[in-house]
Design a protein around this ligand. Structure first.
Ligand SMILES: Cc1ncc(COP(=O)(O)O)c(C=O)c1O
Length: 383
């Protein structure tokens, strides 16, 4: 099988991730922060080490400001719902995933918040000045994806962060597409909250993710419960990360995420981006030469995090992805990719597209094989 669905979740995982999770399960998987015995302390220490590693990757100075979650969706819900108040105004982009859009729509319906969606250019790339123009006195949050899960377009997050900072509006970045594959610096980009999955570019297991919350940002909790701290206190402890980490943590997942983040740091984010960009360009250039192919992603490395979105003539994207899977052993994703507004922006509303997403473990040969497969299918359809 050739796996080109890394935007959904990266696969395979580095050996160090599998080994560390296996070691945790066999040797020390006690409950972290819930006991004074040696195994609980060891589990707690390794969770802490994972927290530190992830923080180094994103230039988060105080690792206590990072809470682990079960995925990026949970982190985004905590941030959006934790900050919004009745009647407030939120600015976001048309390229966001449903992990942002659905909480926004729910708050619009149930709490009367106002949401402004910024449309971008033909690839969905937004102009920070368009965001600036929409800021109002009741704007409490600006949310932007680091790059699109539909076509890979990289957003000008640093510039948007500067604008948000200038107006004193909290800035939330959804780093689901790009964490581990693009540089992220919460300090120089003025990011106040960073939501990320552990199972995509950070190469950790599914069921992991996290949320960085800058000191001074006050959220309401979505969930309260045991934290292993201040047990006599009847409310949720306000200290981070306990404030956002109720209940037993996913210890094997978190140590796996820590190993994945360590692997990314050792390999170098710049090297990962360079290599993925090379494969992305090869794929986009090759696809653009196949008759009937329509591309919705830019090929250049400064604008794409590693995704090529396409359609073939008037073929249903689901059919193309099925043929790639069944006849050629190639895993891609078809449809709306949980981002209907992004498809409206790209002119593929309703129909969707086929998404090829490359990863660190793909090879040039695999890309050439995939190109040959699309070429054969196109020949069969168009003659
Ligand atoms: C841009 C974007 N945001 C959020 C998510 C949700 O991530 P998770 O599945 O970790 O909740 C995804 C997943 O594909 C995504 O691509």
């Amino acid at each position: 099988m050739i796996y080109l669905d890394n935007a959904a979740t990266s696969f395979p995982k580095p050996a160090c991730v599998c080994n560390e999770m296996d070691r945790c399960m066999r040797e020390y998987c006690a409950n972290p922060g819930r006991g004074g015995h040696a195994l609980s302390l060891k589990a707690g220490m390794d969770v802490m080490n994972a927290r530190d590693t992830v923080c180094r990757l994103f230039n988060i100075r105080d690792s206590m400001r990072l809470a682990f979650t079960k995925n990026a969706t949970e982190a985004l819900n905590i941030a959006v719902k934790g900050l919004a108040t009745p009647g407030c105004h939120v600015i976001t982009t048309a390229m966001e995933h449903n992990a942002v859009m659905r909480p926004m729509s729910t708050l619009e319906r149930d709490m009367g918040i106002e949401v402004t969606l910024i449309k971008g250019n033909d690839y969905g790339e937004v102009d920070p000045d368009d965001i600036r123009r929409e800021i109002k006195s009741n704007s409490v949050l600006i949310v932007c994806t680091l790059s699109s899960n539909v076509n890979g377009i990289i957003m000008p997050v640093g510039e948007i962060g500067r604008t948000a900072h200038e107006y004193g509006i909290p800035f939330l970045v959804d780093a689901s597409q790009g964490a581990g594959a693009l540089p992220v610096d919460v300090e120089s980009w003025y990011i106040d909250m960073l939501a990320f999955p552990g199972h995509k570019g950070l190469m950790g297991p599914q069921g992991t993710g996290g949320l960085f919350v800058r000191e001074g940002i006050r959220l309401r909790t979505l969930m309260e419960g045991g934290t292993g701290s201040n047990s006599e206190y009847e409310f949720q402890p306000e200290i981070m990360p306990d404030f956002l980490e109720s209940g037993t943590l996913n210890t094997p997942g978190i140590v796996g995420l820590g190993a994945g983040a360590g692997y990314v740091m050792k390999t170098g984010v710049a090297n990962i981006h360079e290599y993925k960009s090379h494969l992305t360009e090869l794929l986009a250039d090759g696809l653009s030469q196949i008759p009937g192919v329509m591309l919705y992603s830019p090929a250049d490395k400064d604008r794409n995090s590693g995704i090529v979105a396409m359609n073939l003539a008037d073929m249903d994207p689901a059919k193309l992805s099925l043929l790639l899977d069944k006849d050629h052993g190639i895993c891609v994703r078809a449809g709306l990719h949980c981002s209907p507004a992004a498809h409206s922006a790209l002119g593929t509303a309703g129909r969707g597209s086929v998404r090829f997403s490359v990863g660190w473990f793909n090879t040039e040969n695999e890309i050439m094989y995939a190109l040959d497969a699309v070429d054969r299918i196109a020949y069969g359809v168009l003659g």
